[in-house]
Design a protein around this ligand. Structure first.
Ligand code: UDP
Ligand code: MG
Length: 308
């Protein structure tokens, strides 16, 4: 019998968990040809999530849990799950029911048909605030044009991964993880399924505008050095035009005896160059910061305790 694990990272989801568990039970009972496990990674929850998980595990032997030593973030919690899951396929989903469990059977059918990464794609983002939609569009545009692999738009973490994909992802140990990009980066045979992303059943999303911006910047800098190249190109163009301008100023001064244009020109040029240099240093700094956190090679998470 093929083993399938459902991997759910959870952070303060005590209110959603019972609803999710009931829905999963319902779906799984119609798929009896698989050996199911429910693997919950408790990402340092502050509410009763862990107790609830322990209680669920005592009532249902398919339930397993890993308790991380603190909140490491969803990306890291997911890696913990990949490390521990030993099933033939792992289905990643959120605890808040935004990822409908009803989609699992069609994911399994595609997996059986030979696809190694069956991902759910949001049908529309209409439910989101417009500003968020605009930013997300912009972000995907930049990412698509600057990276050398295919980037999938509006695709979250709701997906079925074959063992091969899970093993590949386990090998990517970077500290600043942008898992959405990694799914695309590793390749393998992919298949898309459309779904309608619902509302959270309980609790609150931990993603504000700020963390989304951080995620987007992390996404771009993790997978491309385009901002660095942009700085070099603009720097080169500026230097070139400065050179031409210099020739012009000298020629004017030598042949026509024009006095050199004064304060306004110098100020403009200085401020522009100064500003641009700071921007360049800032971008280099961002990458340097990334290099710094990667060379430390710190483990991505710590486990306090796990079931069995
Ligand atoms: N999550 C987590 N660690 C965190 C934040 C979130 O494990 O630090 C989990 C959360 O419990 C949920 C999933 O990641 O199962 C998605 O989180 P959320 O619903 O807040 O994100 P959104 O749906 O808004 O993208
Ligand atoms: Mg959510």
């Amino acid at each position: 019998m093929k083993q399938v694990a459902i991997l759910v990272p959870v952070y303060n989801e005590a209110a959603s968990l019972p609803i999710l568990k009931a829905a999963l039970d319902g779906v799984v009972s119609t798929e009896k040809d698989y050996d199911w496990t429910f693997l919950f990674v408790n990402d340092g929850s502050l509410d009763g999530t862990l107790d609830l998980l322990k209680q669920m595990a005592s009532q249902d032997e398919r339930v397993q849990w890993i308790d991380l030593s603190r909140n490491f973030g969803k990306e890291n919690a997911m890696l913990a799950g990949f490390d521990y899951a030993d099933a033939d396929a792992v289905i990643v989903m959120d605890a808040d029911m935004q990822h409908p469990p009803a989609l699992l059977p069609s994911m399994l059918r595609q997996w059986e048909a030979g696809y190694e990464d069956v991902y759910a794609k949001r049908d529309s983002r209409e439910k989101e605030p417009w500003l968020r939609r605009v930013f997300s569009k912009m972000f995907y545009r930049i990412l698509k044009q600057t990276s050398r692999f295919e980037v999938l738009e509006n695709v979250g973490d709701f997906r079925l991964l074959d063992r091969k994909c899970v093993e590949a992802l386990c090998k990517l140990r970077e500290t600043e993880r942008y898992t959405k990009g990694m799914f695309c980066w590793i390749g393998f045979r992919k298949k898309e399924i459309l779904f309608e992303c619902g509302e959270r059943v309980a609790g609150q999303s931990t993603w504000g505008m700020r963390s989304l911006f951080h995620l987007a910047w992390n996404g771009i800098t993790s997978f491309s050095t385009f901002p660095l190249r942009l700085v070099s190109v603009v720097g080169m163009l500026t230097a070139l035009s400065a050179f031409v301008y210099m020739l012009w100023v000298f020629t004017k001064a030598i042949f026509w005896g024009d006095p050199v244009a004064g304060y306004p020109t110098i100020m403009t040029v200085m401020l522009f160059l100064g500003g641009f240099q700071l921007l360049g240093i800032g971008i280099i700094g961002e990458y340097l910061g990334k290099v710094y956190s990667e060379v430390k090679k710190r483990p991505v998470y710590f486990v306090r305790e796990k079931s069995k």
